[in-house]
Design a protein around this ligand. Structure first.
Ligand code: FEO
Length: 395
């Protein structure tokens, strides 16, 4: 389906209402998603990106209704990941000689995934441009490691649209297409979840890239990402948010994440939550049983937090595998400037708290000394250790 974005620019992507997981099962989708592709019809006709491979035939059929495929002069591939390049194979069967503009790394990633099919790649770098006629041109900006080595953004002069690829996107199905028409709470929640779970490890690069884009002195009237809503109402609001999110973002929040075997560690977790409220009534507390909670949602709460407390009982001289896996993901996300505390129950050997502290430190957290380590079920003397742990987290 072709929907007008602005003047001669249209959306020709795919809204994935039923998507539940992304990156395999590594990212949960709660509110649908979209793979946004765009068609520019000036003197030259340009397709910007395609859609995920399972939708490739539907995409090509839909695109045929939008435009005579043989009129497409260029394809711009801002990124080689399969959710955007996945329809290239079907499309290039129809128009095999069409030039594809992308970064050198995208040539590698596209050939790496689909094989060398003899496509006519044209490598571009930051500052390179492509005339599309009617006084307008495309200017390319490499976005290396945001979030793949091959990523780039493309800016259309005249209409002042930044096709930003994954950056500024959200896994959020918005049939109405624009940010001002989307549910505002969900829009910002999904934008933050996307940042926290996908872009946070690259925050220093985000900071530098935002400075570089600001230095270009270009006017941005619209930001058209590759997922979710297009930012047309105050589009720079999401750029401002990215600036904050990339700067070791935190709110006055503490997140408690734990798993339990026989509810002893649960009791400690709940007492920590109550104690935070006692010591600091304005601090937002979030509490999750890791085994029963969506990890991407929990990580979004960790992203917002200034401190976390992680709990596990001791099992086989170690921590529960649910907590171990969760901590591995925590480390990947490279959070900075956050405190961490550990707690847990044990029956005999009792290594869990020590292991939790080591893993939190390894994940880049500033681990506080006070801990709550409770043999068998937590008793009064164990609960009595909670205020010191909380005080250290809140200080
Ligand atoms: Fe939406 Fe990195 O692909």
């Amino acid at each position: 389906m072709k929907k007008q974005v602005k003047n001669n620019v249209s959306w020709v992507g795919y809204i994935d209402w039923e998507l539940e997981h992304f990156h395999g099962d590594d990212y949960s989708i709660m509110n649908g998603s979209s793979q946004n592709a765009y068609l520019i019809e000036e003197e030259k006709t340009v397709l910007v990106d395609t859609v995920w491979a399972p939708h490739r035939f539907e995409f090509v059929e839909s695109l045929k209704k939008a435009v005579n495929l043989h009129k497409i002069d260029f394809i711009v591939m801002n990124h080689g990941e399969v959710d955007h390049s996945g329809a290239l194979t079907a499309l290039m069967e129809e128009i095999p000689g069409t030039p594809i503009y992308c970064t050198a790394n995208a040539v590698n990633s596209i050939k790496g995934q689909y094989g060398d099919r003899g496509w006519d790649f044209h490598v571009v770098k930051t500052g390179d441009s492509l005339d599309v006629g009617n006084g307008k041109k495309l200017i390319f900006v490499e976005m290396k490691m945001l979030h793949w080595p091959d990523s780039m953004a493309t800016y259309l002069t005249g209409d002042n649209i930044l096709f930003s690829m994954d950056a500024f996107g959200q896994h959020f199905a918005v049939e109405e297409m624009f940010n001002d028409k989307a549910n505002q709470c969900l829009l910002m929640k999904e934008a933050m979840k996307y940042y926290a779970n996908i872009l946070n490890p690259f925050s220093p690069l985000v900071t530098n890239k935002l400075k570089e884009i600001a230095g270009l002195g270009i006017q941005i009237d619209m930001i058209a990402p590759a997922h979710g809503a297009i930012w047309r109402d105050n589009p720079l609001q999401i750029v401002e948010k990215y600036g904050q999110w990339a700067a070791q973002y935190q709110e006055n929040q503490v997140t408690i994440a734990y798993d339990t075997m026989w509810e002893g560690t649960t009791k400690l977790a709940h007492e920590i939550a109550r104690e935070i409220a006692r010591q600091s009534p304005d601090t937002v507390v979030k509490l999750f049983n890791i085994a029963k909670s969506d990890k991407n949602e929990v990580m979004t709460e960790v992203f917002k937090s200034k401190a976390i407390a992680v709990g596990s009982p001791t099992v086989s001289n170690d921590i529960l595998s649910s907590v171990s896996g969760w901590l591995a993901f925590l480390k990947q996300l490279k959070f900075k400037n956050k405190k961490g505390a550990a707690f847990g129950c044990y029956g005999w050997s009792g290594e869990s708290v020590k292991i939790l502290k080591e893993k939190l430190k390894d994940a880049g957290f500033k681990v506080v000394e006070p801990e709550v380590r409770s043999q068998w079920n937590p008793a009064e003397e164990d609960f009595a250790k909670v205020p010191a742990l909380v005080k250290a987290l809140l200080e």
